[in-house]
Design a protein. Sequence first.
Length: 429
Amino acid sequence: MNRLFFAVVPFFAVGTLIATLFIIRDPGAQPERKKESIIQYDFDAVVDRSQNYAAKVEEAILHYGTNDVIPLWIADMDFKTAPCIVDAIKARANQGIFGYTWRTPKYFEAIAAWQQKRNGWLPDTEHMAFAPGVVPGMRMMLTMFTQPADKILIQQPVYHPFADVVNNTGRQLVVSPLKRDEDGRYTMDLGDFAKKAADGVKYFILCNPHNPVGRVWTREELKAVGDICVKHGVRIISDEIHSDLMLDGHKHIPMASVSPEIAAITTTCIAPSKAFNLAGLQSSTIVYDTVEHKDAYVAELKRMDIARNNCFSLVATMAAYEQGEEWLDQLLVYLSGNMRFIREFCAEHLPELKPNAPEATYLCWIDARALGMDDAALKKFCVEKAGVAFGEGSEFGLGGSGFLRLNAACPRSVIQKALTQLEAAVYNY
């Protein structure tokens, strides 16, 4: 019996081992996947922009009389862009040939896929056209599709080139002011807007989301203003360049996604330049309301010989939309933290200043009227006493006087330094 026992036990032991190995190596079983580690991007790193001919540094003297200021005025970021974009540009540069660049269909497909994923809107690539920038695109639209003295409607305070492109093309500027409540939140004055839209307006230029007040317009607000435009035959140019910069869970609604009727009259301007800090590469996209308008615009681009991307904007845009989402999501968390820091700092140290809580963009709109200065004195005070260059609220039109626009797309330490200098200036004033 002992011999039988010692013969059988090894048999079962070997069988158990074989069965265990078979189960472990079962080809039908799903192997446990190792979780990929997410890179944590460093937005606290300070980059010396004076070393790369940055306009916000070198051109401050033209607007503020000195370059010796903390430049928080121009709307580009002081963060290095996503590494995937840098890698794409480096790989393209390493080819060593910078000839004419063909725009692959994958370019507009990447843009459309990004819009669908982030905003639930799938624009038709056949309606898309390249633009060197949103403002140049707007100017071309107004000169091509309107006549001198035609009325163009905007809502102020708003990004000042809106008024510039209207005035500089000889069109008639019509303004419907936004309403601001006691909490500093802005809404559209639909009654005033409807009255002015009915008076022969040809185009309405919408800022969605809004620069400088940081509103993310709701679907209800967009439908209300869009329906007014449909009713009165007013076409819409929707500047959605800040649409990827949604803060604190807010959701962007593209104007062209609100209804088929509104989509039929809406031309949308988008770009990776704000969200991925690519403004210097000039790679905007216009999604036209009709193919006929798009074709006419492209033909004009060709006559001007500016219809091509440069080789770097092509690869950078595709890399941003195909690989840059994680970087952007981390950026938005950091920007939200910057906005909270500004509000908390002012509440504790500078109660005279009332910064808003923007729902989108990296631009903080600050009510400085309690300082009791006119616009010229406020600008001089910030530059000469505090050493900070803010965007001047008066430049944004009606409702902007007494306000400052602070570009918060920089390391928090830079914002802290700027506000600390401003605090010292205020209490030594």
